[in-house]
Every structure is written in C-alpha cells, then in structure tokens.
Design a protein around this ligand. Sequence first.
Ligand code: NAD
Ligand code: UGA
Length: 457
Amino acid sequence: MFSKRIACIGAGYVGGPTMAVIAMKCPQYKVDVVDVSEARIKAWQTDDLPIYEPGLLDVVKAARGRNLFFSTDIRAAIRESEIIFVSVNTPTKTFGEGAGKAADLQYWEKVAREILHESASPKIVVEKSTLPVKTAQTMENILNANGKKVPFEVISNPEFLAEGTAIRDLLEPDRVLIGSRETPTGLKARQEIVDIYANWVPPERILASNIWSAELSKLVANAFLAQRISSINSISALCEKTDASVLEVSRAVGMDSRIGGRFLNASVGFGGSCFRKDILNLVYICEYYGLEEPARYWESVLRMNEYQEARFVRNMIREMFNTIVGKRIALFGFAFKADTSDTRESPAIYVARKLMDEKAQVAVTDPKALENARIDLAGYGENLDLVEDPYEAARGAHAVAVMTEWELYRALDWEKIFQSMEKPAFLFDGRNLLDHERLFRIGFNVYPLGKSPLKHF
Ligand code: NAD
Ligand code: UGA
C-alpha cells in the first residue's frame, strides 16, 4: 500500500516533470497527475511526451504505471489524495481590472472550487503555480466556505525549475521553499511537504518560511534574474558605442564573488512564460499597495527587454542598407532558450514578426520548436518558411540571425552556409553563440551583441 496519496492538478511544464521526479524518488507514494486537456494527458501516457525536456522521458518511464499515473479524472484524484499540488497556468490577465498586468487567477479559483466540491476528507492544498502574494488567503476563504467542515491547509511551495534543465533542477535544487501558516495545523502540514522532498533533497536545502514570504519570494527570484539580464543588455548597447566587449565586461563584473557570473549573458532579450508575467504581476501588486516607485523600478526591467528586442531588429534593418523588402532572412532558433520546444514570449516571435512587417521573407529553423513557431506566426503565409534543415533555411538568404543558443549551430559547416547565401552575407548573433572571428574570415559581416561588428566594408 502507498504511504501517501498525492494529486497534481495541471500536467504542464511544471506539474509533469515535478510529479515525475517525486514519483521516481518516492516509490512509496502514489502520484496522480490530472489535467483538463485530454490531448496533454494522452501524450503523457505515451513516449511522445507533450513537452521536450532533456532526461524527462527516462524519469517518467521509471515511475509511470508503478506509482505515477496520468488521467483526466480530476474529481477522483481529488477524492483519493491527501495532498493536492495545484500547478495550473496563471497567465497575465487580458481583460477587466488589472488587464495587462495582474495574474489571471480564473483557472486557479476553478480548481479551488473543484477541490472544495469533491473533498470529504482533510486535504493539504499546495500552491505550486506562481501566484500573487496573499493568494493563499483567497484560497483559504474559498475552501473554508464549506458547510462540510472538511479541514484544509494551504501551503506555498513555489517551483524554481528552469526549462531545459528541469530534471537537474528538480533532482538537485538550490533550495526547496515551503511556506505555511504558523499555526499548529499549518506547521504539521508544512512538515508533511518537507517529508516528501526529504526523500532526496538535503535538509539544509529545504527552506521553511511563512506563507506570504514563500509566495512573494517566487516573484522576487524571477524579477532578480530578469533584472540581471536587463542590466547586462543595457550595457551591451553601451559596449557597441564604445568598442568595449560585453563578454569581457560581464566576465570582469561576474568574477566579483559578490556579484557572481551566472545570468550575465547579453541576449536579444529574455523570453519564457514567466519572467514577463511575473514582473508585471509584481508591478501590479506594488501599485495595488500604492508603491509607485517600486512599481516603476521593476517595470523598467521589462522596458529594457523591449528596447533590446527592438534594437536588435532596427540594427539588422539599418545594416542591411535600410531595406529588407523581399530579402530572405534565416532565423536560427525559435525556442525562447536552448533545450526546450517552448516558444512562449520568445524574442524570436517579435523579431520574426517585425521582419515580416518590413516585407522580408523569413525562414525559421529550430530543432524542436517548429510546431510552436507555426502557431505563433500563423497568418504570415507567403512571407514565412519553416524548415527543419538550417542549411536549407540559409540557402539564398541575405542574413542569418541566431535567436536561440542551440549547440548544434556551433558545429554547422559555416563555409557551406556562406557559399549558399546572397552577398554581402550578414550574420547577426543574438546570443553571442558563434566564433565571430572565424565567421568574419569566411566572409560574413558579423554583428555580435555588445561588441563591435566585424565588417568587410
Ligand atoms: P502550462 O500551461 O504548461 O500547464 C498548466 C496546465 O494546467 C495545462 O496543461 C492546463 O490544461 C491545466 N489546467 C488549467 N486549468 C485547469 C483546471 N481547471 N483543471 C485541470 N487542469 C487545468 O503551465 P506551466 O508552465 O506548467 O506553469 C504552471 C505554473 O507554474 C504557472 O503559474 C507558472 O508561472 C509556474 N511556473 C512555471 C515554470 C516553467 O518553467 N514553465 C517554472 C516555475 C513556475
Ligand atoms: C526561469 C527561472 O530561471 C526559473 O528559476 C523559474 O522557475 C522559471 O523562470 C519560471 O518561473 O518559469 P526559464 O524561464 O525556464 O526559467 O528559463 P531561464 O533559464 O531563466 O531563461 C529565461 C530567459 O532568459 C531565456 O530567454 C534565456 O535565453 C534568457 N537569458 C538567461 C538571457 O538572455 N541571459 C542569461 O544570462 C540567462
């Protein structure tokens, strides 16, 4: 018999991998992952998983059918579990009060009501989704509005995994954060969740806090990470004006142990499903509490990201003689980062659309994200070409622009690519991924980020 029965509502990028790791590490627990999307659940039941994540399939296969189950029967999963992780999406609201900034909690609230409706025995409800600080209060208000007198405890256990490294992040997390009410029942529920992670995470990395600190820390961690990227991206613009190299600057700055070297790679901009929405949410919360200056401070991190994306495209157009009408431009990579098929908020979406609005012919290539690219760029018809093979994407192109830092692009035969392109051939490296000197010697006009360009004219 299983010693704990865990349900997870929401089988997406977070729910799926997180529960797969819990199930693999804890064969003594039963883990039911449920979702409203039949297609997603079906895919989780096959080896063609709904998301691409290195190492994920092996973890799923180790536990699936043993103590890890995927289903659309949300009600049964609620009834039969003692602990319910909720990992549904919490996108930016697109309508009404707070539109464009606040988190849209409609999926979240629907789940809360479903839990209330189905529960006949005590439940620990775990916030796994990223939520505005104070959401647990709302959750408690909904759950406690029950005539059944079923006891509920709400725990905040935000997830810090990054896509592309999700399995490693889950197996060896920097920390696991578990926030609860500091009442006797709250502390008991907290301990139940600590006990799950203690199966593989060293105790010093399991961090307990009050519930509001846990909710807020998640938003703050993302805001700080994004802030570092915006900071270095702002400096990349200055480097291009002054012949400094942003690679050298970030190395020199990052070697200060107080600053640290990670998350200082200048790029065409940060993407992903969370940085933008979570900062918008933080801005909204600050405004809600009348904190105008903190709101404007965090908002500037987003403004800088938008500036960086726009600057990248402007530079391409300017350098290609101020017109790209009818010119083929190959975008190498469409995912928001390497090792994922996810394209949510990818800077490549912005760049592709802008180029096509300028009437360029855009060829997009990506090893994992072409299906999503097709959806993101629907409606562009004849101006768009989606191709598996990067050599084919570049054939006849005036320019190649690197959008995603896929390792495979380093190993391409760049001589061959150069030969197949229109001349002069332009290379815009939005990730500083490639060997710029070598490309220049081959004949490309090379535009790194935050470094002087290498031009033949
Ligand atoms: P996702 O869109 O991939 O998955 C959410 C899933 O919830 C979907 O499959 C959807 O069908 C399901 N769902 C929605 N409403 C439902 C309902 N009422 N009942 C059952 N299922 C329902 O989202 P995600 O990327 O996994 O993110 C989930 C949460 O985790 C968000 O709050 C996000 O901010 C946070 N987060 C995401 C990441 C990441 O890397 N993607 C990392 C940390 C935290
Ligand atoms: C990010 C955080 O890193 C996770 O801790 C968090 O759990 C997650 O958001 C979330 O809440 O969703 P993720 O968006 O998956 O994870 O990926 P990151 O590695 O953070 O990259 C985000 C974006 O920043 C990517 O577009 C990436 O290319 C870009 N980036 C990252 C840079 O431009 N420069 C860097 O130095 C690092």
